[in-house]
Design a protein around this ligand. Structure first.
Ligand code: AMP
Ligand code: GLY
Length: 413
């Protein structure tokens, strides 16, 4: 019997594929399972069907697996708590700590109290109240569903269109109950940055910074999506800026959560806008970003596994994570995304791609790899410079056959 650690990753996206790819490189990691996983994991991980928390707990107890929770929904539903209560090893915060992501209204209130820079806002509970408050945002308003909406619950609206957007969310139930309560926010301008740290609740170990391309179309036009590509490191990341973010944005939040008896142990993600008044928080996430994970993890020179083990045990290694080079990730999304994703389209990958291809929502059916919807592939190029990384990524994209795929052509420019 080997003494290697079995790992179970919850999720099926490119983010989870990237986590599996990274952990599999560790000499300490044995079999990696992924629930539900997808059809394109190859030698990296074994997909398993575990449809309820009880099944996940039973599987973890039987295999002794370290459980890594990828997406936000199971965190919000308390999967982390359920595993911890059984004494199992888990990477992912408690549901109480994950509220920083699962309620935008609560996160805004907390930031206001802690004087963490964030856009001016109003929380509204009814359409009438919303319409009344819109006048407070003459320069355009950002309308956000309070609850989880798969990264699609935020609409940056012009003042003239805002009433229609609010109505669709609040009475049209475009995002289900996530839109019963809505945050109206001042629109900020600047460059966005994704800042992620591993944390045991006190100590922070930063991952490389990144930039997500949220809009569907080139030049940041079209609707918001879960992310159409990403680059790392962020071109505007300076050591001084990173220190400022760690000390004045992340540390106060961690301190407050610990003080409230819900220490954040896991991966904390600050979605920032770098404005001319300094970094402002747009959102908090309780997990790795997707597609950001796909460009950030490949840059790490160190073994990630001891850090994940530290997150599970509460003893995070003290040393910073080393990283080098640049990465550019290009999403290939199915026709119709983000509205009505077409499914079942055959996807043919080149035999020896130089780039890394992380898959999401794929299955092998009738002898062919087919998409099961949404953002299907994340093609990641790496190099000593952003230009080299970008060229490698787009070269690989051009060799993939995926009829009708939606691809941004400006990632990393
Ligand atoms: P969120 O899920 O809150 O990060 O919002 C998704 C995206 O909407 C962000 O990545 C930004 O592109 C945009 N966004 C959110 N809040 C604002 C804001 N206050 N001003 C301008 N853009 C925003
Ligand atoms: N790419 C943004 C997110 O993961 O929320």
């Amino acid at each position: 019997m080997s003494s290697k650690q079995t790992v179970l990753i919850i999720g099926s996206g490119a983010r989870e594929h990237a986590i599996a790819w990274m952990l599999k490189k560790s000499p300490e990691v044995g079999t990696v399972y992924m629930a539900p996983g997808h059809g394109g994991l190859g030698e990296i991980a074994v997909p398993v069907s575990l449809s309820t928390p009880a099944h996940i707990i039973a599987f973890a107890e039987k295999t002794g697996a370290l459980v890594v929770i990828g997406p936000e929904q199971p965190l919000a539903d308390g999967l982390g708590d359920a595993l911890c209560a059984r004494g199992l090893k888990v990477v992912g915060p408690s549901a109480a700590a994950a509220r920083v992501e699962s309620s935008k209204a609560e996160a805004k209130a907390l930031m206001t109290r802690l004087q963490i820079p964030t856009a001016r806002f109003e929380v509204v509970e009814s359409l009438a109240q919303a319409l009344e408050k819109l006048d407070a945002f003459p320069d355009g308003v950002v309308v956000k569903a309070d609850g989880l909406a798969q990264g699609k619950g935020v609409v940056v609206a012009e003042r003239w269109d805002a009433a229609r957007v609010v109505e669709a969310m609040m009475t049209g139930h475009r995002f289900g109950t996530a839109g019963d309560r809505v945050v109206l926010e001042e629109r900020l301008t600047g460059v966005e940055m994704s800042y992620m740290v591993l944390t045991d609740g006190v100590r922070q170990v930063a991952l490389p910074t990144s930039r997500d391309y949220k809009r569907l179309l080139d030049g940041d036009r079209g609707p918001n999506t879960g992310g159409m590509g990403a680059i790392a490191p962020h071109p505007d990341a300076t050591p001084a800026l990173l220190d400022q973010i760690a000390d004045t944005i992340v540390a106060p939040l961690l301190w407050a959560l610990a003080e409230e008896g819900r220490p954040f142990r896991g991966i904390l993600y600050a979605g920032l806008m770098l404005t001319d008044r300094g970094p402002y928080v747009l959102e908090w996430n309780a997990r790795l970003g997707d597609p950001e994970a796909g460009v950030v993890l490949p840059l790490l020179g160190d073994d990630l596994f001891p850090y994940f083990e530290g997150l599970a045990s509460g003893e995070l290694p003290n040393a910073p994570l080393g990283a080098q080079g640049s990465a550019v990730g290009v999403v290939m999304a199915t026709p119709g995304y983000p509205y009505e994703s077409q499914k079942g389209i055959p996807v043919t990958l080149p035999p020896n791609p130089e780039a890394i291809i992380f898959q999401a929502g794929t299955e092998v059916r009738d002898g062919a790899l087919r998409n099961t919807g949404g953002r299907t592939l994340l093609v990641v190029g790496q190099g000593g410079s952003m230009t080299a990384a970008r060229e490698q990524a787009y070269r690989a994209v051009s060799r993939i056959a995926f009829p009708g795929a939606q691809i941004r052509g400006d990632i990393g420019y």
